[in-house]
Design a protein around this ligand. Sequence first.
Ligand code: S3P
Length: 207
Amino acid sequence: MEKKHKKNKEYTKAPHLVLIGFMGSGKTSIGKSLSYKLRRAFYDTDKMIEDSEGMTISDIFASKGERYFRELETNVLREIRDDRIPRIYSLGGGTPLLLQNQPLIKMCGTVVYLRIGAEEVYERLKGDTTRPLLQCDDPLAKIKNLIALRAPAYERCADIIIDTGNVSRDSVIADVLDRLRELGWKIPADDKEEKTDEDTGDQRPQS
Ligand code: S3P
């Protein structure tokens, strides 16, 4: 039988560091710190979606629905997969859940799952009004259900799993860097001032 080869650029893995995990697991703050350590620009997909839609995530959920938002997330994943400049991306907590997103996420690069328990999320996000899925009568129960449902998806996508509950941010960052070194990443020496995206002049191409 003739073997089919797909030699399309689309099928080679992109060079990014991709952070996944539940809401409140620290993807954004850890991502920003890693951006300095790895000298790569950091992007948060929620922010990318808010910028391109011109409204907040809450407003997108309220006016266009969760399904529409999930379609936007899949589109952003395709953009990230096709972006060949090494960067750090943090994904929304629900992105890995859709089956079609899982191979896409793996194609985006090295995937780090920041794992956290329900009580810790609850403590961190008590009073937060920006996560539409947690605006309910019993957010703790909702967090527990969602984590139970999503954990297998996070694990399937992850190359590296780091526990973040009750651990300092610095130790989470050190753990991520150690695991990346084990995978053969070259980590720049820690001798430079922290730089912002503006300093590095890194701009994502507009699609
Ligand atoms: C969501 C997580 C949020 C955001 C949206 C839905 C989820 O992102 O994408 O509110 O389904 O878990 P963060 O994980 O960055 O809070």
